[in-house]
Write a new protein. Structure first.
Length: 338
């Protein structure tokens, strides 16, 4: 067997193997009997609604019928209704789809006529489709805007190209940036059948985004402040008052005893027979008690002053009560304000 004969044999076997697959695929794409019956019913309803003037309702029925039946007959009626409602872009696309449909072996004369009508209608609609040009201003260098026409996003690669649209009024929106710095501009353009229109959108100036404030350093916890005197100062002041008072009393008694002895003994010591020695001892005892009391009072004063110096008290309001210790050469005391 020559090489050319072997090639021919292989091609023949390949075609034999592919043929069943193509038949299976064609059978799988054919609508079922249920779908065809539903499509016929919807097709009939669509024609009745269109005849009564309900174009919107008729369009819905023809869309459903063509989705189920997918035949040249359902397709041409859908295209005609698209034209009647002003959607000639969709009408031409349906006609082109009909032209691409494979011819069925059992195709009826009505389907053949629909296919011929689709070819003619597609050519007639082409020059009637208007053009819309969108221009965008206010963009920064290298900035890209995203455009949508009637809610349909225009691919970035085709954004600067003229767009084929249906006749009538169209809403155009351009958006640039992301997040809080995003900007948007919109407008409307109306274009007549077979004509062209241009719309220019100017993006607003970028709004500067304020930087978040820097966090302030945490405040150091304040030491608890007490409005009352510390215990040491309280004990000191009580000691001063009690011991000072006792010292004053003891001193007065001692001075009184001494004065009585001086009067009775003519400023001389009395002998034992008159009892002067006992009175003198009592005077000395009271004097000693007075000295001890004054010493304890002095210690209490030192403790009170030390307590006041170590006292963390709040600032006194002007005109309010306050106590301020003072120490001088050989003396000490407090100033009070009430």
């Amino acid at each position: 067997m020559t090489s050319s004969s072997r090639v021919a044999l292989l091609l023949g076997l390949g075609l034999v193997a592919i043929a069943p697959c193509r038949r299976a695929a064609a059978q799988a794409s054919l609508p079922s009997a249920q779908e065809l019956e539903t499509a016929r019913w919807l097709y009939k309803q669509g024609k009745e609604l269109r005849a009564s003037g309900d174009l919107r309702g008729a369009l819905e029925k023809f869309q459903a019928a063509h989705a189920l039946g997918n035949t040249p007959v359902t397709g041409i009626e859908l295209a005609r209704t698209y034209v009647m409602v002003g959607r000639i872009v969709e009408a031409r696309e349906v006609c082109l789809h009909i032209a691409r449909m494979p011819v069925a072996s059992d195709e009826t004369e009505k389907s053949a006529e629909a296919r011929t009508e689709a070819f003619r209608l597609a050519d007639d609609l082409k020059p009637r489709i208007p053009t819309l040009v969108v221009k965008i201003g206010g963009l920064a260098a290298g900035e890209i805007a995203h455009v949508s026409i009637d809610g349909a996003v225009v691919p970035e690669a085709a954004m600067n190209e003229p767009q084929k649209v249906n006749p009538g009024k169209h809403s155009v929106v351009a958006r640039a940036g992301e997040g809080p710095s995003a900007r948007e501009a919109g407008g409307a353009a109306e274009v007549a059948e077979g004509g062209s229109a241009e719309i220019e959108l100017t993006m607003p100036a970028p709004v500067p985004v304020a930087s978040p404030p820097s966090p302030s350093p945490p405040a150091s916890p304040a030491r608890p402040v007490s409005d009352s005197l510390p215990p040491v100062a309280k004990v000191g002041f009580v000691t001063v008052l009690a011991s000072g008072g006792a010292g004053v009393v003891a001193g007065l008694v001692a001075m009184s005893k001494r004065s009585q002895l001086n009067s009775a003994c003519n400023h001389k010591l009395c002998d034992d027979s008159r009892g002067g020695t006992d009175d003198l001892a009592a005077a000395y005892a009271w004097a000693t008690a007075a000295n001890v009391a004054f010493g304890v009072a002095g210690a209490g004063l030192v403790a009170a002053v030390a307590g006041l110096l170590s006292w963390d008290r709040p600032a006194q309001q002007q005109g309010g009560a306050g106590v301020t210790p003072w120490i001088g050469p050989g003396t000490a005391g407090i100033h009070g304000r009430f």
